[in-house]
Design a protein around this ligand. Structure first.
Ligand SMILES: Cc1cc2nc3c(=O)[nH]c(=O)nc-3n(C[C@H](O)[C@H](O)[C@H](O)COP(=O)(O)OP(=O)(O)OC[C@H]3O[C@@H](n4cnc5c(N)ncnc54)[C@H](O)[C@@H]3O)c2cc1C
Ligand code: SF4
Length: 329
């Protein structure tokens, strides 16, 4: 373990100030990801700024009829919050599909967005990894790449984003509110995480000196027709191989709007809006869902050990849409 110092910030302004005045500082919330990364010697901040004392711990209605999730509310408190369960059950289900009860009690909403990949080589200091050490190479491309991306990967990195919560937030089209030395800004969820490109060391478009304040949910929660499916190696305590969040707006048996986000398949939650649009004003039938599934996997690229993900994704799209539309054949 490398030595590091620690401060507990009382408010956001002092957290930002300490960060700007301290070399190699890092914010820490629940610590369920950052502390592991420090123990494995993957990340080595010299100073930790504990932000759990700052006020970002409420869930409140927004003026436009949506819901604001404080960045420091725990994943458990979010999933079991009355308004989230009632108006955004897709989000509740996705959060509860992740990690374990103990971890969800500690893990925060902001931290969940910024958790890092579970690529085996990222954790193995004896192997090259462009995300851990830019310019060293990617061990996964020609290695054991079973967990890896089938969409949006680059020659530099084929890692996936591991979050369940983020898949639901992508389907719900949430907005991330952040603040930093240059003031406040809003980031649409689809722009929050990045594809790896030539800079796989950067997981998101948040700057190192910014703090996530809240995650804002728009009014539409798809609470009638939704599903979250997580395919994984074990029934619990396991990251997604392919996961899927679906929200449908329906009028009788006709689909007015469809949102489909996939997890475990790319460096960020994956949406294909052209494929979603194929369902507009269409009947909820297995045949129509199969056409969308084919459109979604069109363009997927597999590596040696993850070809199974393409067929798994295709079947999961059909199953998830049938569940959300409440049809069984
Ligand atoms: C064994 C295990 C299994 C897991 N399984 C799953 C799973 O199946 N699905 C799933 O989705 N997740 C899973 N997780 C991940 C877990 O959900 C995350 O570790 C957790 O959400 C991170 O939140 P945290 O508050 O602990 O973040 P921390 O570890 O405190 O921080 C993570 C990162 O976020 C930054 N950060 C935190 N809050 C803020 C903020 N407000 N503003 C700016 N930066 C911030 C920190 O600087 C750090 O870089 C698992 C974790 C473990 C250890
Ligand atoms: S896939 Fe990304 S995280 Fe994994 S070894 Fe390659 S560069 Fe590293």
């Amino acid at each position: 373990m490398r030595p590091f110092s620690f401060t507990k910030a009382g408010d956001i302004a002092s957290a930002l100030k300490i960060n700007s005045e301290t070399e190699k500082a890092k914010f820490i919330a629940g610590g369920t990801n950052l502390l592991d990364l420090m123990k494995f010697d993957i990340m080595h901040p010299k100073h930790l700024i504990d932000i759990t004392g700052v006020a970002l711990k409420t869930i409140e209605n927004t003026e436009d009829g949506g819901l604001r999730l404080g960045a420091l509310v725990s994943n458990a408190d979010t999933a079991y919050h009355e308004e989230v369960e009632k108006r955004y059950p897709l989000l509740s289900n996705a959060i509860l599909a992740g990690a374990s009860a103990q971890l969800r009690n500690k893990a925060t909403n902001g931290g969940n967005l910024l958790q890092r990949t579970r690529c085996y080589y990222f954790y193995d200091l004896t192997t090259p990894c462009n995300k851990r050490e830019p310019g060293t190479g990617c061990s996964a491309i020609n290695g054991y790449n079973r967990l890896h991306a089938i969409f949006g990967a680059s020659e530099q990195c084929i890692a996936t984003h591991p979050s369940d919560m983020c898949v639901a937030l992508a389907a719900l089209e949430a907005t991330v509110q952040v603040t930093g030395p240059n003031g406040d800004r809003s980031i649409a969820f689809e722009d929050f995480h990045r594809l790896p490109g030539d800079t796989p060391e950067k997981d998101s478009n948040l700057s190192e000196d910014e703090i996530i304040i809240s995650i804002d949910l728009p009014p539409k929660g798809f609470s009638e027709n939704f599903t979250y499916i997580k395919n994984r190696d074990r029934a619990s305590y396991s990251f997604a191989l392919v996961s899927m969040a679906v929200g449908l707006e329906m009028e009788n048996d006709t689909i007015k709007e469809a949102r489909i986000a996939l997890g475990g398949v790319a460096h960020k939650p994956w949406r294909n809006k052209e494929a979603e649009a194929l369902l507009e004003n269409k009947k909820a039938t297995k045949e129509n869902f199969e056409k969308v599934a084919d459109a979604i996997i069109n363009g997927a690229k597999a590596y040696q050990y993850n070809e199974f993900k393409i067929e798994l994704a295709r079947r999961t799209v059909v199953r998830a849409l049938m569940q959300a539309a409440k049809i069984d054949k």
